[in-house]
Ligand binder design. Sequence first.
Ligand code: DAH
Length: 345
Amino acid sequence: MSAEIFDKVKNIQAEIKSASPDTAEALEQFRIRFVGAKNILKPLFGEIRNIENERKKEFGQLVNQVKQDAETKFNQLKAQLEEKAEEADAGQLDLTAPGEPLQLGARHPVSIVMNRIVKIFERIGFVVAEEREIEDDWHNFTAMNTPEDHPARDMQDTYYLQNSTSMLLRTHTSSVQARTMVEQQPPIRIIAPGRVYRNETISARSHCQFHQVEGLYVDKNVSFADLKQTLLYFAREMYGPDTKIRLRPSYFPFTEPSAEMDVSCFICNAEGCNVCKYTGWVEVLGCGMVDPAVLANCGIDPEEYTGFAFGMGIERQAMMLYKINDIRLLFENDVRFLNQFTSAY
Ligand code: DAH
């Protein structure tokens, strides 16, 4: 009886030794048969009670040995198969295949135009000032001499924060003028690029968000002539050395006198095109002498100091320069559109 069981175990041992599963499926069969939870060795452990006492130890050792053989062989085979699979993968690797091309990013046309404007003013000593987009009513309107009943304050035009009548999304970068003057005494010479918000219906021509660049110069004896010469310098740097400028009287609450500046059309060289509507001129910015009331609101003595300021929108200029006919394209971030401006200007 016991000899038979010994033979059975030895047969299993031989079977394990000679097995050579060479696929993942065959190895799984091997595992189920010899190593898995219901392997054929398991019931043999129970047979020990049918073995005569003097051979019980020998039997126990044999079954344990076979169990170990099975596990060792399984682990070896598994490692071999994995190695084989890796080699097969490596065999498929084509080292001569061209690499994935790295897509180069492109500057946004708004950034290109904005940076260009900022650089032009930096060259004559203006320093970049960046400020918050969520503003309070005082810096955006009150300090800038915009009275309580001014239509710009209307909910129709201004985005107020929820449940607030005093916190808003700035409607112009002119708020940076107030922020700067409150903190700093003259001489002040800043250029402030940034995003602004207005409650406008989105269309091909207008958007509820856009960008502006604001300039402010406050010192002793700053005159309208300084403003005009600074803007002429800017226009020539920006649109070409032959550019002419024209200042038309206008009104802004924070400047007195105020003006709007036109430049000779840089698209058609003032010969007449649909960008300048055949007038030869395009409007680019608003400007003026800082209203003494604004200086006083911000803690600067208007008897001692004067200043000029200007502000311009970026999107419209980018659209003219790049012949973009829909402002929404500038905010949709479609890479097929944006990629075109890598080296365009
Ligand atoms: N803040 C004005 C606007 O958003 C633009 C402007 C006009 C800014 C005249 C100025 C200025 O600094 O002097 O329309």
